[in-house]
Write a protein that binds this ligand. Structure first.
Ligand SMILES: [Zn+2]
Length: 386
């Protein structure tokens, strides 16, 4: 039995009153939440800093872990993507798997307890099966050509069955608006609806994505030209990418929009009119690495977007740490509410993944992991406490 308290304790949604004490049993389950007055003081461990539930990383690509320090910074998304395509198979499967295991250990040490992980192959299955972390895998599908939707969907279902056979939670996810046809997005979202599982899509990571949809212009024409894929069938919509695709998503299925770097107020208000199960994932370190710009986080918050936090992959980040993503936001926006960011990093992420009865909250009879955040705003460090 342990009795622990700290300067502040965050439940996943709000701060507990000061002098709250968490009572942990031998398996780190919270057997009681009580007040300092009711406990013999010499039994209480007092920590300097903030106690939180274990963190939820809603966007990662374990498969790209071997690309740490390989891809140049600040090139923009098109050259970043081309460099990933060129380099992703440049190491042996054994080296890739070892990099995945190392990334998994790193996340555990950083207080992450659950991960939404994008996968294009089965290479991460063994590491996920053996991990202490909870993984939900998003099988990522790519096909802008509507005629390829059935073929790509069927291949995705086959890969999905490999994860399911390994007892791993998984569902399908379209890669991005510029790389998935409306037909493919609709099939994926309907499949998620049947399975009652969440889905995810990269959204407005660059302005080129909006140019592509608004007027079929910009840097994505160069991408398709470079990889030699004709896109005669693609027609401009005269709208932003998000507004062009949102109608294909099922309204009742939790859908994660990842990045949102070039999302404006009109986009947010427009999609929120019809879709109430959208979550908005912030990956600030990756945004700085690739485009060297951050999304308008204050706008996303003030328009009631349900925020979550992701690390993206080691191809576009130096570490997989939720607290480091929070530090990056707080360095840019010193007055931004830590409470909002901690909720994004805990309860919101768990709710998006549909695991909120197990993770994301400090509550009696739960074991959602317990972290301690030390240090000062913008320079926080997190460690796993229990
Ligand atoms: Zn990503």
């Amino acid at each position: 039995m342990r009795f622990i308290t700290a300067d502040q304790i965050f439940s996943g949604k709000v701060f507990f009153p000061s002098h709250t004490v968490l009572v942990l049993d031998d398996k780190n389950t919270i057997s009681d939440i009580t007040s300092l007055d009711s406990i013999e003081k010499s039994n209480v461990e007092h920590f300097k800093g903030i106690i939180t539930p274990g963190f939820i990383n809603t966007h990662c690509h374990l498969e790209l872990s071997h690309l740490k320090n390989v891809i140049k910074q600040h090139t923009g998304i098109v050259d970043f993507g081309l460099s990933v395509i060129k380099n992703r198979n440049n190491q042996s499967p054994e080296a890739q798997l070892e990099a995945i295991r190392q990334a998994d250990r790193e996340m555990r040490e950083q207080g992450i307890v659950a991960v939404g992980d994008i996968s294009n192959t089965n290479v991460s299955i063994e590491a996920k099966k053996q991990s202490d972390l909870f993984y939900h895998t998003f099988i990522e599908l790519i096909a802008l050509n509507p005629e390829r939707a059935d073929l790509v969907f069927d291949a995705g279902k086959h890969l999905l069955s490999e994860f399911s056979k390994a007892q791993l939670s998984a569902s399908l996810a379209p890669h991005a608006p510029y790389s998935a046809s409306l037909e493919l997005i609709k099939k994926i979202s309907e499949d998620c609806s049947k399975l009652n599982k969440p889905t995810s899509i990269h959204n407005q990571e660059s302005n080129a994505e909006n140019d592509f949809f608004n007027s079929k212009s910009g840097d994505y024409l160069r991408l398709y030209d470079t990889i030699n894929v004709p896109i005669d069938y693609f027609k401009a919509t005269g709208k932003s990418s998000l507004q062009s695709i949102v109608s294909e998503f099922h309204k009742k299925i939790n859908t994660l929009l990842v990045h949102n770097t070039f999302t404006n107020k009109d986009d947010i208000e427009n999609v929120q009119k019809t879709h109430s199960h959208l979550y908005w994932c912030l990956c600030p370190n990756a945004n700085l690495y690739i485009e060297n710009i951050l999304p308008d986080i204050a706008l996303l918050h003030s328009t009631n977007c349900q925020l979550t936090i992701g690390t993206d992959s080691l191809a576009s980040n130096s570490q997989l740490s939720i607290i480091d993503e929070i530090n990056t936001i707080l360095k840019q926006q010193v007055n931004f509410s830590i409470e909002v960011l901690l909720q994004a990093a805990t309860f919101n992420g768990a709710q998006f993944l549909g695991i909120e009865t197990q993770f994301g909250l400090i509550e009696k009879n739960r074991n959602s992991g317990i972290n301690l955040i030390e240090g000062s705003s913008g320079n926080y460090l997190a460690k796993k406490l229990a």
